[in-house]
Design a protein around this ligand. Structure first.
Ligand code: ATP
Ligand code: MG
Length: 435
């Protein structure tokens, strides 16, 4: 391909531009993320020149894999698949013509970004001169080719930066957002469904580093446990943030106490409140600043504005609901793009529909839920949930996700502390129902 030029990927970022005094912090994290995502590939070199990153491509065959990986790096807005041209205008013309020739465009334009004056030309002059040469070349093959400044079939981009001229005709969108894990931690309530994986992605894209909490019930004859589904979703999401922790919490015994001790129509809301309370405790050892859920307003009965407000009462930490205003169609589109859709299509036993009320409350309020919880030993149930937790650590390195199991030290300390608070004579347990 184009002469003796060198293959290079041009990574553009956008929002980091707005980051005044913190720009260097975000940039260094972006560069580290780009290096880490390519660390197992040979001769990877990343340069920061004139507000873009240049990634050398050691072999043409690696190009698709490199692009696929870099598209997952938060902070990168788009990737130009470029050639670095050595020489002047004739070499630029040669490179651009060889690149556009196989694309057989009926219309094209040249767009230049000049951060360093080259060949004494300004933007317009370079676009015009290179455009004329390309037009002459393409018309020698097809007399109908036109220059079209608006909506052409192909754009030939030229970026002139100190010491380098980059030319490309293909650029692909990347993930956008802000560099991963630069904004602090949150605990994500992850079900096996479509919504929570997408909500996680949206918050990771806004720089939150997520720890996941999944609540599971027993598997049934026809459907397996939701645990492996949650694990696969975390495995799929980990390359975006490099490390993830997943708390797997058995919810069966907690649910049975709620079923035995509280009004039927409020059950799902009480399950949700309980999940949020247990997750809030997980925030402590994780030093997390809030919770995230995949709720979408009015999608189901538990997500009416009344019920969401009732569930949140008394939680005293922020609950982020990044899908609050999204339609299911939009959510599913994103689930397909990030790779969680197929995983959530698997049949699994979700814990919430178990012991489902025949007629769930639609307009509950916090007082009603507080009243319904009066017969329950709330703190005892939180401890019960935490005690049964299993913890998995996921790490993305050398292009693979590795998993390790074991309770983190800070979580063990939390458990010891909660056990020491247990009353000497526990409250009488609520009657347990075996539906
Ligand atoms: P979908 O609606 O596509 O089945 P979902 O993840 O939104 O998936 P919902 O039943 O709508 O599931 O639950 C709303 C939110 O409550 C979830 O997005 C999630 O944040 C939380 N949630 C529900 N079930 C669980 C669970 N078993 N473990 C952890 N969080 C859960
Ligand atoms: Mg949902």
């Amino acid at each position: 391909m184009p002469g003796v030029n060198k293959r290079v990927l041009v990574l553009h970022y956008h929002e980091i531009w707005l980051k005044g005094g913190n720009k260097n912090f975000f940039l260094s994290r972006l560069i580290a993320a780009v290096k880490r995502t390519l660390e197992d590939l040979p001769n990877q070199r990343v340069e920061h020149v004139a507000d873009r990153l240049l990634v050398a491509v050691p072999e043409e065959a690696l190009l698709p894999l490199m692009i696929e990986r870099l598209q997952k790096v938060f902070g990168v807005t788009y990737i130009g698949i470029a050639w670095e041209v050595f020489g002047g205008m004739p070499e630029m013309v040669d490179c651009a013509c060889r690149m556009l020739d196989p694309m057989k465009p009926r219309s094209f334009r040249v767009r230049a970004k000049i951060a360093d004056p080259v060949l004494g030309l300004r933007t317009m002059g370079l676009e015009r001169e290179l455009g004329c040469e390309i037009l002459t070349f393409l018309r020698s093959k097809n007399a109908d080719v036109q220059v079209r400044l608006k909506d052409p079939e192909v754009t030939c981009w030229v970026e002139a930066i100190p010491g380098k001229i980059l030319v490309y005709a293909e650029r692909v969108p990347a993930a956008g957002g802000l560099p991963a894990a630069t904004g602090g931690r949150l605990v994500m309530l992850l079900s096996g469904g479509f919504d929570s994986g997408v909500a996680a992605y949206k918050m990771m894209r806004r720089s939150a580093h997520l720890t996941f909490a999944h609540f599971y019930g027993g598997a049934s004859v026809s459907r397996g446990s939701s645990k492996p589904v949650a694990e696969r979703i975390v495995r799929t999401l980990t390359p975006y943030q490099f490390t993830s922790r997943l708390y797997l919490i058995s919810f069966d015994s907690v649910q049975r106490q709620i079923v035995g001790g509280a009004r039927e129509s409020l059950r799902v809301l009480l399950y949700r409140r309980m999940m949020a309370r247990i997750s809030r405790e997980i925030c402590r050892p994780e030093r997390a600043l809030g919770l995230v859920t995949g709720d979408s307003v009015s999608q189901v009965a538990s997500q009416t504005l009344h019920n969401l407000a009732a569930v949140d009462r008394g939680l005293d930490l922020p609950i982020y609901r990044p899908l609050a205003g999204d339609d299911k169609e939009e959510i599913l589109r994103l689930a397909r793009r990030i790779g969680t859709y197929e995983i959530s299509c698997e049949p699994f036993e979700d814990c919430c529909p178990r012991f489902m009320p025949r007629s769930p409350a639609i307009f509950s309020n916090p007082d009603e839920l507080d009243e319904a919880e009066k017969g329950l030993d709330i703190e005892g149930l939180v401890t019960l949930g935490l005690e049964g937790a299993q913890v998995m650590d996921f790490k993305y390195e050398l292009g693979q996700v590795a998993v390790r199991e074991g309770l983190p030290h800070r979580f063990e300390k939390l458990l010891d502390h909660r056990k020491s608070l247990r009353p000497a004579t526990p409250n009488p347990p609520a009657p347990v129902v075996n539906p």
